[in-house]
Design a protein around this ligand. Structure first.
Ligand code: SAM
Length: 280
């Protein structure tokens, strides 16, 4: 297959710049540009969108996003060692790559993006879940992004798409599926990365819904779900005791048996309970 751009192969780039992977920054790099192109394509047509990429590292995915026609890429990278590499990519794609050196948990990305926006990233494992929860729980909906195409450890990806009754079902599944369609679109073995992590990885694609699937107050739903799954083996009448003195009656009014456990309750059930609790 032809090279996707005229830049040097990633192995050469990493060697030239002496970029040894740092565990503390969750650095597991993708060096196969065919693979990064495949990930970029999972997000659909990029030509009309700004792309937010968190953690571009040496730029394997960044190069794929640009080669696949992204209108503009905003790349937020914490590791200063990656900046000269990213500047070289920027020079190859004039005015299409904007690099910010900083922590994605702190940078105000909205100031640098023009809608429509898609988020596409091979996330650092240590901040990946926190970023996802933030993107799923903004104060107003719809959020700034139209879709999220994100690489996670396979176990986290499974928690996002999990259904009631499974061990993986919990807060991530409920927050994701309440306001998005979510599916796993790619599976990657450890050998796809340098260095190879211990576990498999997967790419999840989430597209936002204009309106939540069921009505509920976001903060209250989030609180109820966190309480219920914090003690997932307990019956709901006990795990949610602190929520309302008459929790048994509230559960019954929401159509939920007080002796059921969190993992048996559907998204619809949790939303009904949130509405019931909000009635007071
Ligand atoms: N996108 C590259 C790839 O696919 O090869 C690198 C992915 S690597 C899993 C995660 C990247 O996120 C690293 O480059 C790391 O330095 C960066 N990173 C870690 N924590 C970050 C943070 N809080 N904000 C921004 N970038 C971060």
């Amino acid at each position: 297959m032809a090279a996707i751009d005229n830049l040097p192969p990633l192995r050469e780039v990493i060697a030239t710049h002496g970029l040894s992977a740092k565990k503390a920054l969750g650095q597991n790099f993708l060096l196969d540009l065919n693979l990064t192109a495949k990930i970029a394509r999972q997000a659909g047509d990029l030509s009309q969108s700004d792309i937010l990429e968190v953690g571009p590292g040496p730029g394997g995915l960044t190069r794929a996003l640009l080669a696949e026609g992204a209108r503009r890429v905003l790349a937020v990278e914490k590791d200063a060692r990656c900046l000269p590499i990213l500047e070289e990519i920027s020079a190859t794609y004039p005015n299409r790559l904007h690099i910010i050196h900083g922590d994605a948990l702190e940078v105000d990305v909205l100031a640098h993006l023009t809608p429509p926006v898609r988020v596409i990233a091979n996330l650092p494992y240590n901040v990946g879940t926190e970023l996802l929860v933030r993107w799923l729980t903004p104060p107003v909906w719809p959020p700034f992004w139209g879709s999220l195409t994100l690489m996670f450890q396979r176990e986290v990806a499974e928690r996002i798409v999990a259904q009631p009754g499974s061990k993986a079902y919990g807060r991530l599944a409920l927050l994701s599926q309440w306001r998005c369609n979510a599916r796993i679109v790619m599976d990657l073995p450890p050998e796809a990365f340098v260095p190879a992590p211990k576990v498999r990885s997967a790419v999840v694609h989430l597209t936002r819904l204009d309106k939540p699937r069921f009505e509920a107050d976001a903060a209250l739903l989030s609180r109820i779900v966190a309480m219920a799954f914090n003690q997932r083996r307990k019956m709901l009448r006990s795990s949610l005791k602190a929520l309302a003195p008459d929790i048994q009656d509230r559960l019954l009014a929401a159509g939920i048996s007080p002796t059921e456990r969190a993992e048996q309750i559907s998204l619809e059930g949790f939303c009904a309970l949130a509405r019931e609790i909000a009635r007071t």
